[in-house]
Design a protein around this ligand. Structure first.
Ligand code: CTP
Length: 402
């Protein structure tokens, strides 16, 4: 956390009394902290206490010439590496979801490009309300991260979900989010999800890839400070914080997007399940069944898609290229052959015959293979952890190529 810049936006809720403890945990760990309070927040926590703990002016007003003269509100938004909203009241979440900028706190939240972590705290019924949940969903879709709330006895006398997470838990989460910066300065392209190849106006050929592995890699790389472009097939997953996402459908679109990002990339991770074949003549109208009798066949001609991984591996120069292999039998020999055929620097092999790993699950058991014959078999791990192990190897490969 040493020297890392955290902007704390404090909402007006009773849980704000825990905020000095949180700030203390951060400053003890060496972080630089600045605080912005909503008007209501200063009724629950003293700005002077926060000013003393952070040794920096506490800002409360958008229109105070004195405050604005010292540090402009956009400057505060740009300064932050991470923005934490704690406590995030129902009102503040609603205003964030609406994109409002009617006070300093919401203006800064709208202007910042840093990842935002919200730590909700409110009465259980306010938390359960459909409006609050819809606002949170909107924020999540935009990449806002959420910590808590916990369940238990609430300050208002009710019991249930709505307690702000403990300062210790928030500090642990933020230290994780700020990450190591070990990939700072590297542009990385990650492909994820399955492609969708149209048959006609309503039907397509696709596969069972959920995209979770690729999204976990993109999230972890961003956490390590890489500039990440995620080229994604249709998935329904939220874009990880700090990641630029490019949506594609077909293998040909994916190839075009990968090639467009290729020159500027240092690392390319092809975790997408790219369809090997596409219907040769996709119809832009719906194919009708009325001309066919029951049991009568419909011929669908398929043609091979370009192999994106092989193509980029062949012209990679100093870039580090990682491929994936989905194998259903003889995993290791098949993966070794695939590595040789594709010509990438690291191959991540999945045994897709396992029901507890691979497609659509949150865990994965993979084997990492390199061209020098090295093989590392990882145990069954959460995909987030697998992502971390893959990136440790990628960092080593980048280091060796410097
Ligand atoms: N891949 C690709 N372009 C394709 C097919 C696959 O870039 N047209 C990439 C995938 O993103 C993955 C790797 O190649 O990183 C291996 O994918 P996989 O489906 O396991 O291998 P295939 O090349 O399709 O070989 P096969 O289906 O014969 O096992």
């Amino acid at each position: 956390m040493n020297g890392r810049k955290i902007l704390l936006v404090v909402g007006g809720g009773i849980a704000a009394y825990k905020v000095p403890e949180l700030v203390r945990a951060w400053t003890k760990a060496g972080a630089e902290v600045r605080c912005v309070l909503t008007e209501a927040a200063s009724s629950f926590v003293s700005p002077l206490v926060l000013q003393s703990l952070t040794q920096a002016p506490v800002r409360q007003s958008l229109f105070d010439p004195g405050e604005e003269g010292q540090i402009g509100h956009i400057e505060v938004a740009d300064w932050a590496e991470l923005v934490v909203v704690a406590p995030a009241t129902a009102d503040l979440l609603a205003r964030m979801a609406q994109g409002m900028a009617n006070d300093l706190a919401t203006t800064v939240l709208l202007a910042t490009r840093a990842p935002v972590l919200v730590v909700p705290a409110m009465n259980v019924n306010m938390w359960d309300h459909a409006a609050t949940q819809a606002n949170l969903e909107t924020l999540r879709e935009r990449g806002v991260l959420v910590e808590g709330p916990d369940s238990g006895e609430l300050a208002c006398g009710w019991e249930g979900q709505g307690r702000m997470s403990d300062p210790e838990a928030i500090a642990a989460r933020t230290s994780l989010l700020l990450g190591t910066r070990s990939m700072h300065g590297n542009r990385m392209v990650v492909t994820a999800g399955g492609t969708r190849e149209p048959i006609d106006a309503v039907r397509s050929v696709t596969n069972r890839s959920s995209g979770k592995m690729g999204y976990a890699i993109a999230a972890e790389a961003a956490r390590r400070g890489a500039e990440v472009v995620l080229i994604s097939g249709p998935t329904g997953l939220a874009t990880p914080a700090g990641v630029r996402r490019v949506d594609v459908e077909t293998a040909l679109e994916m190839r075009t997007s990968v090639l467009a990002e290729f020159d500027a990339a240092r690392i390319i991770v092809m975790s997408a399940a790219v369809a090997d074949f596409r219907p040769a003549n996709a119809s832009d109208r719906k194919i009708k069944k009325e001309d066919l009798a029951d049991g009568e066949g419909l011929q669908l001609e398929m043609v091979r898609n370009p192999d994106i991984l092989a193509e980029i591996s062949a012209r990679r120069d100093q870039r580090v290229v990682v491929g994936f292999a989905a194998e259903s039998h003889d995993v290791l020999p098949a993966a070794r052959r695939k590595l040789a055929r594709k010509g990438c620097d690291l191959l991540v092999a999945n045994d897709i015959s396992r029901s507890d790993a691979g497609f659509e699950t949150d865990e994965n058991a993979v084997i990492l293979l390199t061209p020098d014959g090295d093989t590392e078999e990882l145990p069954l791990l959460p995909k987030t952890e697998v992502a971390s192990r893959i990136l440790d190897r990628v960092e080593k490969l980048c280091g060796a190529r410097e």
